[in-house]
Design a protein around this ligand. Structure first.
Ligand code: SER
Length: 570
């Protein structure tokens, strides 16, 4: 059965059971606490909490979708037989409509009748101190097929969620076929708060997720996902014999993920989603280089992706993929080549030399490890990170000395000033910078990639990547939002957290690759409903009201495709 037939079958089956077909949402979620859409239920979160009404929006209490999803926690594992970054998730959902019995019956019918597969066994939640065992599901399975093996697992295996820092969650039942788990059926019974407390959910619901790749492997009787018709045609583009399987898998997975991200509007950058895209693209480029693959082959893969997936995902656009790839390759090539030359000169690579390659040529750790091969066999991430930290401390000390010699009397965090009064003014402008950036992001509808900031006693100034002029109307609107934040006198707080944690909580930070293990994150607004979250050394005011009235005074273009904004505070 071809994967496109599986997609159709799935949608039709659930449509026949009263579900409304809903298109995939973007890979970029509206929920700021998560970087990517990682599950089909994400776009439906408000229908479980009661914030939105499914029967009004979909004409039904149940929906079905095929969701584009990205999971990046195992990005380094890609290359083996099982790991992917991008995948498609088949899912059916109920928001206060049907419950466990129907959900299990539908899943059973689809797997055994529609797909003609044999279930090895299923699993249900075995219970723990917070949530009781799911005996009801066990009984439902037994009533459908008394010979079925029902295993009981704990929290780690049979309890889902939530995505982001809060959301619907609950026990699950999972279906195993040919030794792999193919379907996760979640019974959303609780709402988990950021402090991990569970509260019964307003609207109980069903959320199921089945990876198309795995289902296709099972249905097509393949040994692994890369042998399915979702990957095989991509892999075939590269000469089979000369290239290691691992490279085939990395290139096909990463090109596919990059293609979908680009067409959902991501551009490569040093932070957030752009950082992930850059990493995917650069790894493809490196793999091509190491294996003597022409980049033309990647364009052929892009073309194939459009051919294979374009009917279901009309946003896929070959031109966009190719343009983005060429631009990133141009950026990366020069430094990459110089870095490689430098690497050739080394007889072995340790943490110190790896960090030097990174600092001078932008070669990511993974690339150094990959290209360095035996030379880098003794290199560990810990040694690399240690060197990075040491380097940060040295440059900080150097900066202080430099300032010390020039009569600057106060240096606090990222600011320096002649006296307390000046420091106070600059601190207000500093917080105003965060506010204006976040306000502009709201108006322009995208995360800004900051390219530097400068504060003197008169004004704030910052640069950011943006391809066109910001219109006077947009500036007015941003100014209005900024002053509303000032009016609301929101709390400004900071905490020190692990860098990864900061990014997964949605914090902005322009220099991801330069941060150490832990960073300071400044939040404007309530912890669970913030207006701005930025990685920053401070200092800031303690309440947004202290900033005073903000006026955006100028918007202009500066070099490097950047825009520059100036603003004052009164
Ligand atoms: N949310 C669950 C998952 O992603 C089921 O869809 O596995």
């Amino acid at each position: 059965m071809l994967s496109k037939e599986i997609r159709e079958k799935f949608l039709k089956f659930f449509e026949s059971k009263g579900h409304t077909i809903v298109p995939s949402s973007s890979l970029l979620p509206t929920d700021p606490s998560v970087l990517f859409t990682t599950a089909g239920m994400q776009q439906f979160k408000p229908y479980y909490t009661g914030a939105a009404d499914a029967s009004k929006d979909f004409g039904s209490l149940s929906t079905v979708s095929i969701q584009k999803s990205m999971r990046t926690s195992d990005i380094d594992e890609v290359g083996d037989l099982t790991h992917l970054t991008f995948f498609e998730m088949l899912g059916n959902f109920s928001f206060g409509g049907y419950w466990k019995k129907e959900a299990i019956e539908y899943a059973h019918e689809f797997v055994t009748k529609e797909m003609g597969l044999k279930i090895d066994y299923v699993s249900v939640f075995g219970g723990d101190s917070d949530v009781p065992a799911d005996e009801e599901s066990e009984q439902i399975w037994k009533s459908i097929d008394s010979s079925l093996i029902v295993k009981k697992f704990g929290r780690g295996d049979n309890f889902w969620g939530p995505t982001g820092n809060e959301g619907p969650c609950g026990p699950t039942t999972e279906i195993y076929v040919n030794g792999v788990e193919i379907w996760n059926v979640v019974f959303n019974q609780y709402f988990q708060h950021p402090d991990k407390k569970l509260e019964p959910l307003k609207i109980q619901g069903i959320d199921t997720g089945m990876g198309l790749e795995r289902l296709a492997a099972v249905a097509q009787n393949k040994n692994n996902i890369f042998e399915t018709d979702l990957f095989e045609p991509l892999i075939q583009i590269l000469p089979e014999d000369e290239i290691p399987d691992r490279t085939h898998r990395i290139i096909s997975d990463h090109s596919r993920a990059a293609a979908f991200l680009i067409c959902d509007g991501v551009t490569p950058s040093n932070k957030d989603q752009g950082y992930v895209l850059r990493r995917l693209m650069r790894r493809v480029i490196v793999q091509c280089h190491v294996n003597g693959i022409e980049l033309e082959a990647i364009y052929d893969i892009f073309e194939k992706i459009v051919e294979l997936y374009g009917k279901h995902y009309p946003e896929l656009d070959f031109g966009k993929m190719k343009t983005a790839f060429i631009a990133e390759n141009d950026k990366f090539q020069k430094t990459f080549k110089n870095g490689l030359k430098e690497m050739e000169k080394l007889s072995s690579i340790d943490g110190t030399s790896a960090f030097k390659l990174y600092e001078s040529f932008g070669l990511p750790f993974e690339v150094i490890q990959e290209v360095g091969k035996e030379k880098a066999s003794g290199l560990t991430r810990e040694a690399f990170e240690e060197e990075r930290k040491r380097h940060q401390e040295i440059s900080r000390a150097g900066a202080e000395k430099k300032f010390g010699g020039h009569g600057i009397v106060i240096k606090e965090g990222e600011l320096s000033a002649e006296n307390q009064e000046e420091l106070k003014k600059k601190t207000r402008l500093h917080t105003a910078t965060h506010i204006v950036v976040a306000a502009l992001e709201k108006v322009l509808g995208e995360k800004l990639i900051q390219a530097g900031s400068d504060i003197n006693t008169e004004r704030l100034r910052f640069d950011f990547k943006f391809s066109r002029k910001v219109t006077p109307e947009e500036l007015k609107q941003a100014e209005k939002i900024a002053n509303e934040v000032v009016e609301k006198d929101l709390p400004v707080s900071w905490e020190e957290v692990a860098t990864d944690e900061a990014f997964s909580a949605g914090a902005s930070g322009a220099f991801r690759h330069k941060y150490g293990d832990r960073v300071k994150v400044y939040t404007i607004g309530d912890k669970n409903n913030w207006f701005s979250k930025e990685i920053c050394g401070g200092p800031h005011v303690t309440h947004s009201g202290e900033v005073g009235h903000i006026t955006i005074t100028k918007e202009e273009s500066v070099s490097g495709g950047n825009r520059r904004i100036r603003a004052t505070v009164d």
